[in-house]
Design a protein around this ligand. Structure first.
Ligand code: KG4
Ligand code: ZN
Length: 338
């Protein structure tokens, strides 16, 4: 019997719905909330309100695009957390109502596992080679920076993580200081392609084991700018591309050095990357080069699966369905998952 899952993702500022059948993606709709750009960051109260407006039309479109009827859905998967409580509540309530009205199982999904399992989403007519277990995953998003040993579809161990800011946050906060729009990561990536990565040097953290730290880099970037603007008020505008290239080079170096260390310590050769920052061209290029030298099997997600989307929730839902891991109507969202 085939298994068709409706998946809902609403953990931050994107409202997304996907339909996935036997691990093959049939539709994946994302409504982004442009309104936060005006505020330089996500405003939780606004995000929650916009999710409420978007969720029904987005789900409706997901059904239309997949050409699937409501009675063909076997289970509904939703993001339980981590994320913004007001945002998570909208997706959770919708999923619960849908499951109750259709009398089908409800499946709660950890957003972070969703990012990791994008490597298992199949697309019709596209070749698909997933990583072999156990594999290493560098999860880099706006809220998280982790190195994970993935043992099977539903079991994993975090062996390193940031002790302060996430890599995406470092991109976004530094971008703000050079007057780029929110979220700044993609803008830095674009400008960096015209700049010199060795133009400026910023402090790299000295953190034990496999953990990361990015708050020192942010401060180093800020103080560097303050001193240079003192000498030349137009310093930022004159050097924007070089600033972006040098900053990106530093963030990528911090990430890759730890990943290389993790691969050496664990002896694992299948290495994947996931999360919004996995879209970064500097990171993708550097990983591709390192993979050749270290003889890794590298798994780069397709760009549409890097930032938040419901397909990633659907693929976890699929494996939880196969494992018989369901939740009941008493479940509530959680802002943090340790
Ligand atoms: O995974 P995601 O969509 O949301 C979270 O779960 O946090 O990641 C969003 C983050 C933002 O910080 C954004 O700036 C970053 O991913 N990002 C990028 C790029 N595209 C998205 N950072 C660097 N380069 C990019 N091309
Ligand atoms: Zn995410």
């Amino acid at each position: 019997m085939s298994v068709t899952i409706l998946a809902i993702e609403s953990s931050c500022d994107d409202t997304s719905a996907a339909i996935i059948r036997d691990g093959v993606l049939l539709s994946n709709l994302i409504a982004s909330q442009e309104i936060h750009n005006l505020y330089g960051g996500v405003v939780p109260e606004l995000a929650s309100r916009v999710h409420q407006q978007n969720i029904v039309p987005v789900v409706d479109l997901a059904f239309k695009q997949a050409q699937v009827g409501i009675d063909e859905i076997n289970a509904v998967a939703f993001t339980r957390g981590p994320g913004l409580m007001g945002s998570l509540l909208v997706g959770t309530s919708f999923a619960k109502g849908f499951a109750l009205s259709r009398n089908i199982p409800l499946i709660d999904v950890n957003h972070l596992l969703g990012h990791v399992l994008v490597h298992f989403i199949k697309e019709a007519d596209k070749p698909h080679v997933p990583p072999s277990f156990p594999f290493l995953c560098l999860l880099v998003s706006g809220g998280h920076t982790q190195i994970i040993v993935v043992k099977n579809h539903l079991e994993y161990e975090i062996i390193g993580q940031t002790i302060d800011d996430a890599a995406g946050e470092a991109f976004d906060k530094c971008a703000k200081t050079i007057n780029l729009p929110y979220p700044g990561g993609p803008f830095i990536d674009k400008l960096a392609q015209q700049g010199n990565p060795n133009a400026f040097t910023f402090a790299k953290p000295n953190i034990e084991d496999l953990d990361f730290s990015f708050s020192g880099l942010k401060t180093s970037f800020l103080y560097f700018l303050r001193d240079r603007i003192h000498e030349d008020p137009d310093f930022i505008e004159k050097n924007k591309a070089d600033l972006c290239a040098s900053l990106q080079y530093t963030i990528v170096k911090i990430l890759i050095d730890k990943l290389v260390k993790a691969a050496k310590l664990t002896g694992i050769k299948d290495v994947a990357v996931a999360g919004g920052v996995a879209a970064n061209s500097g990171l993708r290029n550097a990983l591709t080069d390192v993979a050749v030298v270290k003889k890794w099997n590298l798994f780069l997600p397709s760009l549409k699966f890097t930032t938040d989307n419901a397909a990633m929730i659907g693929i976890v839902g699929y494996y939880k369905y196969l494992a018989g891991e369901f939740s009941d109507q008493s479940i509530s969202p959680v802002a943090r998952i340790n």
